[in-house]
Design a protein around this ligand. Structure first.
Ligand code: ADP
Length: 178
């Protein structure tokens, strides 16, 4: 699924040759399971060493490190909300994750950034809802920023790929054939 500056692909985020990949981390930034574990394993111990100096990260915020052994030069760590019932600022916090990652990428002059589907694994955020929030926040940010050239959303399974592709198709200005 390809649209002007946003691409949805199925794959493994650690293999992406982009300037920054985003890590769906936890508040400690000291590693965990899921995509976080895979990123730390691929980046090597230098990443954990650097993360130890960051003093954790609040939910919705983001912090940047180098990419160490990864093909990506940087890792932007963000902490998504744990899904409870939708009444605990989950939407707002998830939007903030995407916004703050893009803000850091812009600040560092990074042009290509790959996101995983934040919060939709261990944090149980419903993927369809998460995909609409992610896409609308990314589209909004790119609408007011020319510096970021390409945002890739790396989906780990078919369901995520379907949801993010459908969410992107709902954005009129991004429809193909228009
Ligand atoms: P969270 O705690 O934010 O829910 P998880 O890592 O548990 O984070 O899951 C977030 C999403 O990342 C899930 O959709 C999961 O399928 C996906 N995922 C897991 N490993 C990878 C990977 N190597 N590359 C891309 N996405 C991944």
């Amino acid at each position: 699924m390809e649209h002007s500056r946003i691409s949805i692909i199925k794959g493994d985020i650690v293999e992406q040759h982009v300037e920054a990949i985003v890590n769906a981390a936890n508040n400690s930034l000291l590693g965990g399971g899921g995509v976080d574990g895979t990123i730390h394993k691929a980046a090597g111990p230098g990443l954990l060493e650097e993360c130890r100096k960051l003093n954790g990260c609040a939910t919705g915020e983001a912090k940047i490190t180098e990419g160490h052994a990864l093909p990506a030069s940087y890792v932007i760590h963000t902490v998504g909300p744990v899904w409870k019932d939708g009444k605990h600022r989950e939407n707002e916090l998830l939007s903030q994750c995407y916004h703050n990652c893009l803000r850091i990428a812009k600040k560092y002059g990074l042009r290509t950034i790959a996101f995983p589907s934040i919060s939709t694994g261990a944090y149980r955020y419903p993927v369809e809802r998460a995909s609409r929030i992610a896409i609308s926040e990314i589209v909004r940010f790119l609408g007011s920023d020319e510096s970021i050239r390409n945002v890739i959303i790396v989906c780990f399974n078919d369901e995520a790929f379907r949801c993010y592709s459908a969410a992107l198709d709902e954005i009129p200005e991004h429809r193909t054939n228009m």
